[in-house]
Design a protein. Structure first.
Length: 205
């Protein structure tokens, strides 16, 4: 798309799994970007797996037990397991009730075969081909302006995001206090304003 539009450089935004694509792109073609936004960044999936398990352990016992019971039995499609997973999503994916329409549409269009191959049986059971993804050793190579964002209740925890920020020279980080994993939908006005300020500063040099 960049080449088709004849842009020498662009600002690149990646969210969640999209941050993996964004990171691999900038590490391969650093000269093609003006700036990079990593929203709820998944730079280290083994770290994410540990964090999401810790978040699950802090859920109410009936939720935690339902997940553990069904995972042990391999019954990921049961209503009990799906309800427990959704309870986790309401706390750590999106805290808006009902879920915003764009997120509902995205979830309805999820391809379970692709999800299972790339990720695994669920958010907590990461066994797909992304399970070993880790670019933290190369974050220090990023010399362009970088903004990292996450929600206070994000499954990509503020602690993990801060760790990534500390490894990127001159990167900045913003935490959205009333959001989980989709802050752009949970606090849209504040989120858009944050992006605008960052891009204006980059464009101003």
């Amino acid at each position: 798309m960049r080449a088709a539009l004849q842009f020498a450089q662009v600002h690149l935004y990646g969210h969640s799994w999209g941050t993996m694509l964004a990171l691999d792109y900038v590490l391969t073609h650093p000269a093609r970007l003006n700036s990079l936004v990593l929203a709820s960044p998944c730079a280290d999936i083994p770290r994410f797996a540990r964090d999401v398990r810790a978040l699950l352990a802090a859920m109410p016992p009936e939720i935690r037990d339902a997940v553990q019971r069904n995972e042990a039995a391999g019954t990921f499609e049961t209503e009990e397991y799906q309800e427990a997973t959704f309870a986790f999503y309401q706390r750590h994916l999106c805290r808006v009730d009902p879920l915003p329409e764009p997120l509902q549409r995205s979830m309805a269009g999820l391809n379970p075969q692709v999800y299972g191959t790339m990720w695994g049986a669920s958010e907590f059971t990461i066994s797909g081909n992304l399970a070993g993804y880790d670019r933290t050793a190369r974050l220090g190579e990023l010399t362009l302006p970088v903004l990292l964002t996450c929600g206070r209740f994000d499954e990509v925890t503020p602690a993990a995001t801060a760790e990534y920020q500390s490894q990127i020279p001159n990167a900045r980080m913003v935490i959205f206090e009333n959001s989980a994993h989709v802050a752009m939908l949970e606090e849209p006005e504040a989120y858009v304003q944050t992006l605008r300020e960052f891009l204006r500063q980059v464009e101003a040099g």
